[in-house]
Design a protein around this ligand. Structure first.
Ligand code: ADP
Ligand code: MG
Length: 692
């Protein structure tokens, strides 16, 4: 404690945020982290004295608050074996850095060679402290083979983190040399614990650490300090259920004029038969779309559970305060023209927040397209939305189009429970909604389209909890490096925005989608099919090449074609034409009729090693399969369909999808969905009903 304060206050007092090697190492040693140490020598004689005390060979390094990369400028002298060499090295360093402010020359033990690694820490604006690990030299410099985890970490997080780097085999052992993994994990845990206790550590580099078959040693250390930002205020906890299932709803700005957004919103509520009381509020209209209107929220008699505001931005604040005064606890602001427009808009959002604080209410948006809850017949969208089935998919979207335009098509092949748009999230954000959807009994799968995440740590903790119950699939846009920040350490320069998101998602058990097609493809599988109990799949294809593609894709994604036992082979022999060999993939050589497909699947259902099916079907006769498949009892074994050219047979594709069979264009997409389900099942050790 004392040493920490002494070293950091000296540095800060001298106006430097950079701790020199001997200072950083002293602090690390106190944490139980092994280093080569470093003692400052002010003269050649002192350097020799230290050297003979600690024992040769030694290393001398420049110590200066102005020199961060010591070896670049010739400030590191390795493998010095006697007093003469130490004296010479000292003189050379003193000469080379004569123009710099010198705190002396560091003298330390020369460490025996080991596998060079880098351990680092940086602070991410969204997720806070982020730990990095990689192997040194070209691995980090050229290949950037590093992995990240958001702190705090568990031991399981560290196992995954280490296994993630491509050079992992070198850690596990290569040509008879392995690394002491328990010691390495202990180092990572100690660094993490130190950083969690010391919010003033902004960046930290141990570069390199030498890893041995027994133990490790940090030979270089850098720490950068910064006054920590004030911690965010404690979160208001609110049960969001009334927002998703309101008994009564006021619509401020509901319009009687077709073409206006306030018309659309109200029309959607009426058309989808919102089950509670609806109060259109419009100063100029006596009725809105046939429903008696109120000139202001205050004039509604009786209590109101939630309100939608869809008026021009300039009138929003007033409308919002009216709702607050009325005692409405949940307000959805669909109006646009706020933070997305610049400083004046941000200020208005700040005012909204203050009002919400004062009146104890929560709000969605602004600049969003409201909430859809098919189980409550509630559609608040800005765009007209056609008929929706009641489903089990929850979608949280940072873009209004997901609750309007995109639904127009998607509703044919997927059924949503809830679609919640978050807009500018001036108050309620993605994590609040995620937490709620985790609880909602009608939601079985959660998709999120995000552009950024607020309060990253809470997001990870919440997602981890929710993902243990239901799959959480996230599409995060803005993957290319944004928000360039000034960084000093090597770690911080590698901890790009997207890498950190990636690490955070992995830690939370989130399934990351590459694009919309991928996200909704995964969602359809999770939403319609049970999880596979094992990794063996039966591939059935109307043609050889697609079957091979499916088998390849299975092997590449941690699954495999199932082993067929003798009984299954006998059954298949009877089903298949005589010229076709019995294999998995079952290749029907362009001759797979629907009854055959049913018989093959029945054979697979009886085979113990088959836990799932991937069937490649012919678009031309898709209607025949679409009639046959729904009649089969799959007994808990999932099936995914691939129909090359499916876009030309959409009627049948929709029929299959609506019967509960996800359909993909290619075997690779189908396998991607199946393997995501398998990984999810393994990760969460979900109890899956086994084969009968
Ligand atoms: P820089 O400021 O340039 O990062 P380092 O202290 O990391 O300087 O030293 C440069 C290199 O010298 C290290 O990557 C390591 O290979 C070697 N080195 C430094 N200190 C020691 C030591 N005590 N024992 C063995 N090798 C060392
Ligand atoms: Mg270094």
């Amino acid at each position: 404690m004392q040493m920490w304060d002494e070293i950091t206050s000296r540095a800060l007092g001298e106006g430097r945020s950079y701790l020199m090697e001997h200072e950083a190492k002293a602090l690390l040693e106190r944490e139980g982290i092994a280093t080569t140490g470093a003692e400052a020598a002010r003269s050649a004689a002192e350097a020799v004295e230290i050297s003979s005390r600690i024992g040769y060979p030694v290393v001398l390094k420049v110590l200066s608050p102005q020199v961060i990369h010591k070896s670049d400028a010739g400030g590191v002298k390795l493998n010095l074996n006697n007093a003469a060499e130490v004296e010479e090295a000292f003189t050379e360093i003193a000469r080379a850095f004569g123009d710099k402010e010198l705190a002396g020359v560091a003298v330390q033990k020369m460490a025996p060679p080991g596998l060079e690694a880098i351990v680092g820490l940086s602070r991410d604006p969204t997720f806070g402290p982020v730990l990095m690990f990689g192997l040194g030299g070209v691995f980090v410099e050229v290949i950037k083979d590093v992995s990240f985890r958001v702190l705090p970490v568990t031991e399981a997080d560290l196992d995954e983190m280490l296994a993630e780097i491509r050079a992992y085999p070198l850690l596990r052992g290569f040509r008879g040399r392995a690394v002491d993994l328990p010691a390495l994990k202990d180092l990572l845990l100690r660094v993490s614990a130190m950083v969690m206790r010391r919010p003033e550590i902004r960046e930290l580099d141990l570069n390199p650490v030498f890893l041995y078959d027994k133990g490790y040693v940090a030979v270089d250390a850098r720490i950068f300090l910064e006054q920590p930002p004030a911690s965010p205020p404690p979160r208001k906890i609110t049960d969001l259920r009334p927002l998703f299932y309101p008994g009564s709803l006021a619509v401020v700005g509901a319009s009687d004029t077709p073409g206006k957004l306030g018309w659309n919103v109200f029309r959607n509520l009426l058309e989808h038969r919102f089950p509670g009381r609806l109060y259109p509020v419009n100063i100029n209209a006596r009725t809105v779309q046939g429903v008696p209107a109120f000139p202001s929220v205050g004039e509604i008699d009786g209590s109101v559970d939630a309100a939608i505001i869809i008026v021009p931005a300039a009138h929003t604040l007033q409308a919002f305060e009216d709702c607050c005064r009325k005692g409405i606890k949940f307000i959805v602001i669909e109006s646009a023209g706020f933070a997305e427009m610049g400083a004046a808009g941000r200020e208005m959002e700040e005012k909204l927040r203050r009002l919400a604080e004062k009146y104890g209410c929560r709000f969605v948006g602004p600049n969003c397209s409201g909430i859809i809850n098919t189980h409550h017949n509630m559609v608040q969208s800005l765009g007209i939305v056609g008929e929706l089935g009641r489903g089990n998919i929850g979608l949280i979207a940072q873009a209004g189009v997901y609750a309007a335009g995109m639904l127009w098509g998607m509703r044919h092949t997927m059924d949503f429970a809830i679609v919640a748009t978050i807009g500018n999230k001036a108050d309620l954000n993605e994590t609040d909604f995620l937490e709620y959807l985790g609880e909602d009994e009608n939601v079985a799968v959660i998709c999120m389209y995000l552009e950024d995440v607020k309060a990253g740590r809470r997001f990870i903790d919440t997602a981890r909890k929710v993902a243990a119950k239901k799959p959480v699939i996230v599409l995060k846009s803005g993957r290319t490096e944004a928000g360039k920040k000034a960084v000093s350490s090597h770690t911080a320069s590698l901890a790009g925005n997207d890498q950190v998101y990636d690490a955070a998602f992995r830690q939370a058990g989130i399934i990351r989608a590459a694009d919309n097609e991928h996200m909704f493809g995964l969602a359809r599988a999770f939403s319609k099919q049970p999880l596979p109990a094992g990794d063996g799949a039966l591939v059935v294809s109307y043609t050889g090449s697609w079957g091979v593609a499916a088998a390849d894709a299975l092997s590449l994604s941690g699954m495999r074609p199932a082993e067929l036992d003798a009984e299954t082979r006998r059954r298949l022999e009877k089903i298949l034409p005589p010229h076709v060999g019995v294999n998995n993939p079952v290749d029907c050589t362009f001759d797979l009729n629907a009854p055959q497909l049913r018989d093959i699947i029945e054979a697979g259902l009886a085979c113990a090693d088959v836990s799932s099916f991937i069937v490649v079907l012919q678009a031309e006769i898709l209607h025949t399969y679409a009639r046959e498949l729904p009649g089969i009892d799959f007994r808990g074994k999932p099936i995914v369909c691939c129909v090359p050219g499916k876009e030309f047979a959409m009627k049948e594709v929709i029929a299959l999808e609506q019967a509960g069979f996800p359909v993909y264009s290619t075997p690779e997409e189908g396998v991607a969905a199946l393997s995501a389900m398998y990984r999810y099942a393994v990760r969460h050790r979900t109890v899956i009903p086994g084969p009968p």
